[in-house]
Ligand binder design. Structure first.
Ligand SMILES: Nc1nc2c(ncn2[C@@H]2O[C@@H]3COP(=O)(O)O[C@H]4[C@@H](O)[C@H](n5cnc6c(=O)[nH]c(N)nc65)O[C@@H]4COP(=O)(O)O[C@H]3[C@H]2O)c(=O)[nH]1
Length: 759
């Protein structure tokens, strides 16, 4: 039965928190008050209850239930008494909800002269409150007053006997009823206040458990007093595991190593701004550690100082910060150090070298032949190549050294603890060998090289920025010296490098200010001496320095993109001049233009040639392009395609300086070239040097076997002319006929030459 009542009450109000006390005011009431908790066990009662129920106060204990109270006296008394309990319990069992049942009000005759009025009320969140009022006088005097269910009635004689007392009793009863209703009201208010406090506490608790951060309250010694559920997610401990433990159980920091430090630390946390957001190391149950951040707030609880500490797991933020730091110091493509890290490492290495009394080497590297690969095969291939080179460089350095990518195809290495210079020159040679090994990317073999400049601390300088600059100067020299080589810095390089830098700056201006002029050298048919071509050779008409020959500035331009502008300018100038000759009615000959490697290897090269031709409206058959062997070795497919397009346009193609490079005729079979120009170094000594004569002979025969016309350059004597004629050389060019001449002089030379030879 009781369980039914419990469930009815629960349905009305599911809050089941037991009440811990009621105001003493209840004891002052004239009624008996009994408070039952949700499970109908007696929770609290006032002093009057025992008196009204006429029982020994000692019998009232929290072990009693509502049923016990209702049967309290009646177990051993009359059956009428039991009827009350039965009646209430019957009513309770009928009720579907607490609303059906409460409030209830019953009169009960406790003894022949004692009638009780029993009121029942549900107090939300608390339980059931019963008030017992003695209404014996009232009911016995005025039985009609009672409209409530009564289990017993009295005789009329008894009413008269107590007439006066009844009037008094009625007054008392009214007072009692007012007091009782006040008491119930107060109890309700108290319960409501308590409920709302409990609700907000529950809300707060739910919120605290929902947050990711661990929230603990500690006393000044660091003992954990409360903790939210996040502790299990963050640390792997249950709340119970950590309660009562010291904060050090969960985390420590550089400021707190022991419990003894804790008190001071906690005080500092709140008083010193430096500590307000303090970082430390969290320790998980599984044994792993992670970074945490604390924020602390002191609170007064019942006059005692406590601290609320929010412990945040900042692992993700730390990882992000590490990543950002990593990115700030590393090259994203290769993972090598970047310029910033290189500078840091150089500083460290220099400090270490001072202590250890040894040297540091700074090595600057620039890849030779990287740009063409990048241009022709795209950036994806270029990137792969750079990564492969990065790996090769790393394998040539020691763990303690720093390999960096400075951008593009520039790298640097800091070698620490260098005892002897020769160790570094050996390393440089290893690097040259490693980088120049063929690199295969997607079925293509690429061959690149590198030039290296080296400076030493403290030999060359004691300033890091100077060392870097010096390694750069030495690199410049290495490039100048023919690439794929290394150079150690020496002070003379500085002035050379400065002078070259100045040339580069001036040349840039010269291109825009039309200070460049073309000279032309005739190329003659060996048989009838007719002019077959005019080789365009660039000169720089410097406003102060006069005429500057190409060897002075072409190699400098070739070390930078300046050669691209210069090369295009030459191409356009040559096409325009050829067109002018055509318009002037000069005899037909081709204008030959030297193409630099950098120019030829760009993706746009064919378009640039077309552009120059169209700009001048020149027939492509009047143009010949001279490329060198080195340009066509390597990526043969792409080169073959390029040459084929140019040849299809009607442009004549010549391999210049033949014999100085690879001298392989095999690759020539694949390419659409028309002429071979034997390098002048073979022609110079052709009359005395049997080897040179033999080589020239072989080149002519092989060239012919491939259907190519063969040109001899640098022909200076009639003797050379005769030998070359005998050998069947097709075209002759050299000082013997004419030096390269300015346009008007060249025109005059051609006219005079043709006239002399009856052409
Ligand atoms: N000793 C001697 N030399 C002779 C004789 N006949 C011609 N030469 C010189 O030999 C060089 C031939 O040009 P190159 O081998 O292409 O060698 C050229 C070429 O590589 C480069 N160059 C010249 N003009 C241009 C140009 O317009 N574009 C490019 N990319 N390079 C050019 O500069 C190099 C030097 O050009 P130059 O000083 O004009 O020197 C020219 C020419 O004046 C001779 O009988 N004896």
């Amino acid at each position: 039965m009781c369980s039914k009542v419990v469930s009815v009450i629960k349905r009305k109000d599911k809050k089941t928190t037991p009440i811990s006390g009621l105001p003493e005011i209840l004891d002052g009431l004239p009624h008996g008050v009994a408070l039952f908790s949700h499970d109908l066990s007696l929770n609290m009662w006032n002093k009057k209850l025992a008196k009204i129920l006429e029982i020994d106060p000692q019998k009232l204990t929290t072990k009693l239930t509502l049923t016990n109270i209702l049967y309290i006296k009646w177990d051993e008394e009359t059956s009428a008494q039991n009827q009350f309990a039965s009646k209430i319990l019957e009513e309770l069992s009928k009720a579907e909800t607490a609303d059906d049942l409460f409030p209830f009000n019953y009169e009960y005759r406790l003894s022949p002269v004692k009638i009780l009025d029993i009121k029942g009320e549900v107090i939300p969140g608390v339980g059931v409150i019963l008030t017992f009022s003695d209404i014996s006088l009232l009911v016995n005097q005025y039985p009609h007053i009672s409209s409530r269910p009564a289990l017993s009635t009295k005789s009329s004689e008894e009413h008269e006997e107590h007439n006066i007392r009844l009037l008094e009793a009625e007054r008392d009863r009214e007072i009692m009823e007012q007091e009782a209703s006040k008491a119930v009201q107060m109890a309700e208010e108290l319960a409501l206040t308590r409920e709302s406090a409990e609700n907000s506490a529950k809300h707060i608790e739910a919120i605290l458990n929902a947050i990711n951060d661990v929230l603990v309250t500690i006393d000044p010694k660091g003992t954990i007093l409360t903790c939210n559920n996040s502790v299990s997610k963050t640390f792997g401990y249950s709340t119970q595991d950590v309660l009562g433990k010291n904060l050090l159980f969960l985390m420590d920091s550089t400021h707190v190593a022991s419990e003894a430090d804790m008190e001071h630390f906690i005080v500092s946390l709140t008083s010193d701004d430096r500590f307000r957001n303090h970082t430390g190391t969290g320790h998980k149950k599984c044994g792993t550690s992670f970074p945490v951040e604390l924020s602390v707030q002191d609170v007064l609880v019942s006059g005692h100082k406590q601290y609320t500490i929010v412990i945040s797991d900042v692992t993700e933020r730390h990882e992000a910060e590490t990543l950002i730091r990593e990115m700030a110091l590393h090259d994203s493509l290769t993972g090598l150090a970047n310029r910033n890290l290189l500078q840091q490492r150089l500083d460290e290495a220099m400090r270490m070298a001072l202590r250890m009394n040894n040297k540091v080497a700074v090595m600057f590297l620039d890849l030779d032949g990287f740009k063409p690969v990048n241009d022709m095969h795209g950036h994806a291939t270029g990137d792969k190549l750079l990564r492969i080179v990065a790996n090769r460089l790393e394998s040539c350095a020691r763990e303690v050294d720093t390999v960096a990518r400075l951008g593009g195809d520039e790298f640097a290495i800091i070698f620490t603890n260098v005892e002897e210079t020769k160790n570094i020159t050996r390393a440089a040679q290893r690097i040259l060998d490693a980088v120049s090994k063929p690199i295969e990317i997607e079925d293509h073999q690429h061959q690149i090289g590198t030039s290296i400049g080296i400076s030493f601390f403290p030999l060359d300088s004691e300033k890091p920025e100077e060392l870097i600059r010096m390694a750069d100067v030495a690199l410049y020299q290495a490039k100048h010296d023919g690439k794929n080589t290394f150079c150690l810095y020496d002070s003379d390089m500085d002035s050379r490098a400065k002078a070259e830098k100045q040339i580069e700056i001036d040349l840039k201006k010269a291109i825009n200010q039309d200070e460049l002029v073309l000279h032309f050298q005739p190329m003659l048919d060996t048989v009838d001496y007719s002019v077959l071509g005019a080789e365009a050779l660039i000169r720089w008409q410097h406003p102060e320095k006069g005429m500057i020959p190409p060897f002075f500035f072409i190699p400098i331009a070739e070390n930078s993109d300046l050669m691209l502008d210069l090369g295009q300018k030459i191409l356009e100038m040559a096409c325009l001049q050829a067109k002018k000759w055509q318009n002037k009615g000069m005899p037909y000959f081709r204008t030959c233009v030297n193409i630099s490697a950098r120019q030829f290897q760009t993706k746009e090269f064919v378009d640039n040639v077309k552009c120059a031709l169209e700009g001048a409206q020149l027939d492509p058959s009047r143009l010949e392009l001279e490329i060198t062997e080195g340009m066509v070795i390597g990526d043969t497919d792409a080169v073959a395609r390029k040459l084929e397009i140019l040849a299809d346009m009607g442009i004549s193609l010549a391999i210049d300086d033949f014999g100085t490079g690879y001298s392989s005729l095999a690759y020539l079979k694949r390419f659409s070239v028309h002429q071979l120009k034997i390098d002048q170094s073979f022609i110079r000594d052709i009359t005395e040097d049997h080897d040179d004569a033999a080589i020239t002979d072989a080149v002519i025969r092989l060239g012919h076997s491939l259907g190519l016309s063969v040109v001899a350059e640098g022909v200076e004597t009639e003797e050379q002319v005769q030998i070359l004629r005998q050998k069947g050389c097709d075209v002759l060019q050299g000082y013997h006929f004419s030096k390269p001449l300015p346009v008007d002089e060249f025109e005059n030379w051609v006219l005079a030459h043709n006239e002399k030879h009856g052409i």
